[in-house]
Unconditional design. Structure first.
Length: 100
């Protein structure tokens, strides 16, 4: 699997640093990608967060979201994906800094 980073050049919405996609390179998912991840600067400025693909819906006028990628049993699985995306973004930033 490869993580593809697309920097948020517009700066809108505020705090959104980039989008990420997971490109599958082996197995039955080879040739497919999973989109909808976003990398955000935390509001209090202490690090970064990754949001996962989700579908929004309304209940009594209140907006909610339903996560599309969820753990079956091991809740640590999401953390591993989050860490992998954050590492890919850090690598992307380092490569961009050396290219300048």
């Amino acid at each position: 699997m490869v993580v593809k980073i697309s920097r948020n050049e517009k700066g809108n919405p505020p705090g959104k640093l980039a989008e990420a996609e997971l490109h599958f390179t082996e197995g039955i998912l080879d040739g497919l990608k999973l989109i909808g991840f976003a990398i955000w600067e935390r509001r209090n400025g202490s690090g970064r967060n990754v949001t996962f693909p989700a579908r929004q819906y309304s209940v009594n006028g209140e907006r909610r979201s339903f996560a599309l990628l969820r753990p079956i049993v091991d809740s640590g699985a999401q953390e591993r994906v989050r860490d992998m995306i954050l590492q890919a973004y850090q690598d992307y930033e380092e490569q961009a800094a050396t290219a300048d």
